[in-house]
Design a protein around this ligand. Structure first.
Ligand SMILES: CC(C)(COP(=O)(O)OP(=O)(O)OC[C@H]1O[C@@H](n2cnc3c(N)ncnc32)[C@H](O)[C@@H]1OP(=O)(O)O)[C@@H](O)C(=O)NCCC(=O)NCCS
Length: 158
């Protein structure tokens, strides 16, 4: 099974993060990494990470390229996975699933997290089936009704 390794975004790797790209048809499904990093700069509840293959673990300077980006938020008892993207060159190799598994592992370790949740755009069928297969089910929280273009799901495997 493919495994991933997370690193913080730093002076040393943020340019590589900004250069990651999704397919043209996926651009409407996720914010740019530039936007996500700007949000994280002003909001201490946000935790952005660079995603590498697990073979980067143990190397101060990863010997392998950055594959993707993810960011979660911890607020009001909820660990909310706000962003998940794998560069188009590395998609369909198991890294998206492995990234979700690593995010869930990390969120489960946080004492403030009582619910793990995420959302995706209604038309994002790949995200819908990925999250469902990982154990996410519809999250009927009242405020989600004011975001009708998004589907909110929460993790049942806690
Ligand atoms: C969603 C995304 C992160 C998946 O990354 P990935 O590395 O390709 O995912 P994986 O290789 O782990 O595949 C996960 C599952 O999705 C399926 N899948 C991935 N891309 C697919 C595609 N283009 N069409 C159909 N199925 C696809 C895989 O077959 C796999 O299913 P399986 O485990 O049942 O075999 C990636 O497509 C992406 O960055 N999309 C743009 C941003 C986005 O939509 N983010 C999520 C919502 S914010």
């Amino acid at each position: 099974m493919v495994k991933v390794h997370f690193r913080k975004i730093t002076r040393g790797n943020f340019r590589e993060c900004l250069n990651l790209q999704v397919n043209e048809s996926q651009k409407s499904l996720v914010a740019t990494n530039a936007q996500s990093l700007a949000e994280a700069y002003v909001d201490t509840n946000l935790f952005p990470f660079a995603v590498y293959d697990t073979s980067a673990c143990g190397y101060e300077q990863p010997q392998v390229p950055m594959l993707g980006f993810t960011m979660y938020e911890i607020v009001a008892g909820v660990g909310f996975i706000m962003r998940l993207m794998i560069d188009f060159k590395y998609q369909r190799q198991g890294y998206g699933r492995a990234t979700m598994i690593e995010v869930i592992r990390r969120l489960k370790l946080c004492p403030d997290v009582e619910i793990i949740a995420t959302s995706y755009r209604k038309e994002n069928e790949v995200a819908a089936s990925l999250y469902q297969s990982l154990g996410f089910t519809p999250w009927n929280i009242e405020w989600a009704k004011s975001h009708p273009t998004e589907i909110y799901v929460k993790f049942e495997g806690f």
